[in-house]
Design a binder for this molecule. Structure first.
Ligand code: PLP
Length: 223
């Protein structure tokens, strides 16, 4: 397994996808998802220039943060309210906020640490029962709610496409997230980011406007 080769390939694929739609590849942030990676491999990709790391589980986040403090951390997993006090002090971004009570708790903890926590709202575009996220129709309300909080800044939207090889379906989901971002940006100009695209679909996501791609297997397993 050659992490350097994997990263090089991904960067080329990001550049190619960006250039197909006339985007500057530097506007796309590569976030390495470390949930299946060991500390040694993560240290290696940091040496190779990766700055952003993401975890799904608070426990793993805490453990890895102890040895990998130099990275910028992102939380991308399902949020347990009682873990927010561990997540906030570590993470620059929380991508997976779906509920008002999560915002309330994040705001409270962020205030305690004297920080403004950047968050994204997860949207369940594909309407799969197993996926978390708000419905598009609920976005306005949660954005309004969050915008009144002093220690929270909602900077974007996040989604996950279904696991399928129907690329048209995947594309239409990413396109829908972008439409929602564009629509709500009129009222909330700080809503700039689109966190979408994983190993299977990051090129489509970039073509549809992703500003953050969350990639695990392609980096650590060369898939
Ligand atoms: C695991 C995970 C990823 C990365 O998926 P890969 O297929 O390994 O690239 C991205 N986002 C979320 C929310 C994940 O749970």
């Amino acid at each position: 397994m050659d992490l350097s080769e994997n990263l090089k390939n991904i960067k080329i694929r990001i550049e190619n996808a960006a250039s197909r739609v006339g985007r500057d590849p530097n506007t796309i942030r590569l976030i390495a998802v470390t949930k299946e990676a060991d500390v040694e491999s993560i240290e290696r990709i940091i040496e190779l220039g990766v700055k952003d790391l993401a975890e799904n589980y608070a426990q793993q986040l805490l453990a890895k943060y102890q040895t990998l403090r130099q990275a910028t951390w992102h939380f991308i997993g399902r949020i347990q309210t009682n873990k927010i006090r561990h997540i906030v002090p570590i993470c620059e971004y929380i991508h997976s906020v779906c509920r008002k009570d999560e915002l309330v708790q994040i705001d409270r903890i962020a205030n305690k640490y004297g920080k403004v926590q950047k968050v994204l709202i997860e949207v369940n575009i594909s309407q799969e029962q197993t996926k978390s996220g708000v419905q598009g129709s609920e976005l306005q309300e949660i954005l309004e709610f969050g915008s009144s909080m002093r220690n929270i800044k909602i900077v974007g939207l996040m989604t996950m496409a279904p696991f399928t090889d129907d690329f048209q379906q995947i594309r239409s989901i990413f396109r829908e997230l972008r439409k929602l971002r564009d629509l709500h940006q009129l009222q909330h100009p700080e809503l700039v980011h689109l966190s979408m695209g994983m190993t299977n679909d990051f090129e489509i996501a970039i073509e549809e406007g992703a500003t953050m791609v969350r990639i695990g297997r392609a980096i650590f397993k060369g898939e």
